[in-house]
Design a protein around this ligand. Structure first.
Ligand code: HAM
Length: 435
């Protein structure tokens, strides 16, 4: 299907980033939450917003057999908020209530580099307080995640504030006044947005780059004093954590639920082309109440895993897994029987082992060991079989040694450990470095 793809060679990359996401969430004490892939359509209309591109043009909607209007989730926040309300998570005395998710999202968008119709996100949501320290803690979790993948210097955090309800309304009025002379030149959607929700004109894919939009007023000039102070506090917490950022007053994000702090993680266009936002997020202090829950401020982010993996690859990262530690090669029928059981013993000990199950010639077995890029090749012939030994060849150094079969596990583990560069992320290693 257009805009979808099968994850085969990239599966180890996904596992690596998903593991890094789970590990960072554990450190920051975000609990995992898994919500359904589809929800009542109305949920997204009321949260992401009727006039957003996501809801007006990109949702996968259908009517189920019971006649209900259903939508495949285009993003994770709305479902988590629904779950938060339905499961009465607001009654939990642990505040903020912190949740993370990893999952598939669906947007009927024009497929291009960095944009697919099915994609995956790592997201976190933190409920229950307006404290600017919580915005900073959430951003620190994203920062730690990127650091674990050695991406921190490839990304720029763009941050802005929309302010609360009053500031947002002031800004919308200023924007309308600014755009009034240009309304006729805007696309049909934006002419509607001009009336209903002028902020959405700023991220329109057609009009977003027009001169009128580029010269639009900035949110900062329309902020209430408290909102400005709140933003300054977020920034000062980021300074304290030594998290770099660029204040970007043009940033408004493409979803309606945001209030106050909003941000995006952007990479150089050379790495990702025009779809250069790897992730984004911000505060949504009114959404829980809008969807029927008690007034509950909240903040969070979503990071696109496909875009992230694309950048990881360009930066030369390869996931650790997928490598064969040892290829066991047999010379003769009896040796073959022994390699079969020895492979099992070593796998139980934690090594990734391949051996020949097809009765291949010695030459063909060597070829297989090369195809698998095994770090070590263990050769078992009649002599070794009789002595309970094995001939071990280190493919990196070409060194050979004969050792007892009972010492094989320990020897290989020690040698592999000695080679790893103690990477920050237990699943990733830089290209060229050895296992
Ligand atoms: P978003 O900016 O719409 O935010 O999406 C977050 C990330 O998902 C994007 O930065 C991008 O990496 C990835 N993404 C979005 N659309 C596509 C696509 N068609 N193909 C590939 N990747 C894509 C949200 O979804 C909010 N729920 C984030 C949030 C959480 N805000 C508060 N809490």
């Amino acid at each position: 299907m257009k805009g979808t793809y099968d994850v085969i060679e990239d599966a180890p990359y996904f596992r690596a980033v998903e593991r890094a996401a789970s590990e960072v969430s554990r450190l920051f004490n975000f609990k995992e939450i898994r919500t359904p892939l589809f929800e009542a359509s109305e949920l997204f209309h009321r949260s992401v917003g009727e006039t957003t591109d996501i809801v007006s043009k990109e949702t996968y909607d259908f009517t189920d057999r019971g006649g209900r209007r259903v939508t495949l989730r285009p993003e994770g926040t709305a479902g988590v908020v629904r779950a938060y309300i339905e499961n009465k998570l607001h009654a939990d005395p642990r505040v903020p209530g912190k949740y993370y998710y990893l999952g598939t999202m669906y947007r009927y968008d024009r497929p291009q580099k960095g944009r697919t119709r099915e994609f995956r996100q790592f997201g976190v949501e933190s409920f229950g307080t307006k404290s600017p320290a919580v915005d900073a803690e959430t951003l620190a979790a994203a920062h730690t995640f990127f650091r674990a993948l050695k991406l921190q210097d490839a990304l720029t955090l763009h941050i802005n504030t929309l302010g609360g309800r009053e500031s947002k309304a002031n800004y919308a009025a200023a924007l309308r006044a600014h755009l009034e002379p240009h309304v006729e030149t805007l696309c049909a959607d934006c002419q509607r947005r001009y009336q209903d929700n002028p902020l959405r004109i700023l991220d329109c894919k057609i009009d977003g780059d027009s001169e009128a939009v580029q010269n639009a007023p900035r949110t900062l000039d329309h902020l209430a004093a408290d909102d400005r102070k709140n933003f300054e506090e977020v920034l000062s917490h980021l300074d304290a954590l030594q998290i770099d950022y660029v204040v970007d007053h043009a940033l408004v994000r493409g979803l309606d639920y945001y209030t106050h702090t909003v941000y995006e993680f952007k990479v150089d266009a050379a790495l990702l082309g025009s779809q250069n936002a790897i992730g984004g997020g911000g505060r949504y202090d009114e959404l829980v109440e809008t969807l029927g829950g008690p007034p509950t401020p909240a903040t969070g982010f979503g990071i696109g895993l496909e875009r992230l993996i694309h950048v990881l690859k360009q930066r030369g990262f390869t996931p650790r897994e997928g490598h064969v530690h040892l290829y066991l090669l047999a010379i003769g029928e009896e040796a073959r029987r022994r390699t079969f059981t020895l492979a099992h013993e070593l796998r139980l000990g934690g090594l990734v082992v391949e051996t020949d199950l097809l009765g291949r010639s010695v030459k063909a077995q060597f070829k297989q060991s090369e195809h698998h890029q095994a770090a070590f090749v263990g050769i078992l012939g009649e002599t070794e079989l009789a002595a309970g030994t094995i001939n071990l060849k280190d493919q990196a150094t070409q060194e050979e040694q004969t050792l007892k079969q009972s010492e094989l596990l320990k020897t290989i583990k020690t040698r592999l450990n000695g080679r790893s560069k103690a990477p920050d992320c237990s699943d990733c290693t830089e290209k060229g470095s050895q296992k």
